[in-house]
Design a protein around this ligand. Structure first.
Ligand code: XUL
Ligand code: CO
Length: 438
């Protein structure tokens, strides 16, 4: 194991719930089996390169605060390559099996596309070597189509066709590098694919163009033999006033309308759900119902603030709800739990990065164990099943099977009169039931 950049941090071990060691797992025990699979296999944790290795702690009111002794602050290739070694030492010590990146997180943008591509190849070489050395894998890659000024009007949805062309070229390369690194998937988050004002916007044309870029990406994916899924990551706003991929339901409608649904799954992020006015569990259930629950960006927002705070998830209620929905949907196949989260500006030391990830991993390990216990207990499932049991026979079954017309329903009610008395929803009892396990 490499021990150059975090010399004071040991390999993080599982020490159990009684441990008082802030650099140990209390609940995440990678080899422990839950419902027949190890925690490592169930949770598939990923570290996000942009926050953890590129975050500086800057905000709109102040400059960066983060102390990163290994980083010379330059946009040089050498600095980027060194950072790749730092990243893998961090992930190795943490025991994270995956990571995620944008092209421009890992390698500096050059003066031309050709130069940017060369930079990306030069860093990808180091990433590949480090992947082979450590066994850590790429959960997904993506292209950063929102930082550079050329994308000020959007990328695929820009009013400027030249910008669309640039975005297409960038996606092509990011996809090829993701494929080269054995990425399990590829994400599209529409950073600026939306609008600031409708006064200057041809919405229909912009959304058509977004679909066009995604179709071109599907075509290219087939051409290069990349077999992992594409994910769309919904978010309603920020930086745009309105983003077209505003929530899971909007994404599903878009994908269906443009014939893209068979090629895409969703990557659902907690803080994005909050901004959309939904709970995370709502978004997961919408995706799961359509069979497209692909991956999760695990973070949390602040319900008192209206922006994307990208905090590390620590609420056991949240992780329990996420794991209940995820396990009901059959768990991850290619996806995982990517900590799209950043340490607070006030938490500026390297060790804070460890505390943050350890906390998130432990919170999800508890969520997993609690959800498994609730599932094994069976009362919650039985209650829901029973609640809908009128659909399992008689008129309910006829409706579900498409065997009843409105005339049949009329005849049924004329014969049988008022519906049988409704039963209580028992919300409070079920909330108490969940608390029995937390
Ligand atoms: C932004 C966000 C992105 C995506 C990848 O809110 O979540 O970092 O996860 O582009
Ligand atoms: Co995200």
């Amino acid at each position: 194991m490499s021990n150059t950049y975090f010399p004071d941090i040991p390999k993080i071990q599982y020490e159990g719930p009684q441990s008082k060691n802030s650099l140990a797992f209390k609940h995440y025990n990678p080899d422990e089996k839950v419902e027949g699979r190890t925690m490592k296999e169930q949770l598939r944790f990923a570290v996000s390169y942009w926050h953890t290795f590129r975050g500086t702690g800057s905000d709109p009111f102040g400059v960066g605060t983060a102390i990163r002794p290994w980083d010379d602050g330059s946009a040089s290739l050498a600095n980027a390559q060194k950072r790749a070694h730092v990243a893998f030492e961090f992930m190795e010590k943490l025991g994270a099996p995956f990571y995620c990146f944008h092209d421009r997180d890992v390698a500096p943008e050059g003066a031309t596309l050709a130069e940017s591509n060369q930079n990306l190849d030069a860093v990808a070489k180091v990433l590949k070597e480090e992947q082979e050395r450590t066994g850590i894998r790429l959960l997904w890659g993506t292209a950063c189509l929102f930082v550079h000024p050329r994308y000020c009007h959007g990328a695929a949805t820009s009013c400027n066709a030249e910008v669309f062309a640039y975005a297409g070229a960038q996606v092509k390369k990011a996809l090829e590098v993701t494929h080269h690194l054995g990425g399990a998937g590829y994400v599209f988050w529409g950073g600026r694919e939306g609008y600031s004002t409708l006064l200057n916007t041809n919405m229909k044309r912009e959304v058509d163009h977004l679909a066009k870029l995604l179709h071109l990406a599907v075509e290219h994916k087939k051409k290069i033999g990349f077999t992992g899924p594409f994910y769309i990551e919904p978010k309603p706003k920020e930086p745009t006033r309105h983003q077209y991929d505003s929530d899971a339901a909007a994404c599903l409608n878009f994908l269906r309308e443009y014939g893209l649904l068979e090629h895409f799954k969703l990557n659902i992020e907690t803080n994005h759900a909050t901004l959309a006015g939904h709970t995370m569990q709502h978004e997961l259930e919408v995706a799961a119902a359509a069979g497209v629950l692909g991956s999760i960006d695990a973070n949390t927002g602040d319900e008192l603030l209206g922006w994307d705070t990208d905090q590390f998830p620590t609420s056991i209620y949240l992780t329990t709800q996420i794991m209940l929905s995820l396990m009901k949907a059959g768990g991850f196949t290619t996806g995982g739990l990517n900590f799209d989260a950043k340490v607070r500006r006030e938490s500026f030391e390297p060790v804070d990065l460890f505390h943050a990830h350890i906390g998130g991993m432990d919170a999800f390990a508890r969520g997993l164990k609690i959800a498994a216990a609730i599932r094994a207990d069976g009362r919650l499932d039985r209650f829901v099943q029973e609640r809908y049991s009128s659909w399992d026979h008689g008129i309910g079954a006829q409706v579900e099977q498409g065997k009843a017309s409105l005339t049949d329903l009329e005849a049924y009610i004329l014969k049988n009169g008022e519906p049988k008395t409704n039963s209580s929803g028992r919300q409070e009892m079920l909330e108490n039931l969940i608390n029995e396990f937390i």
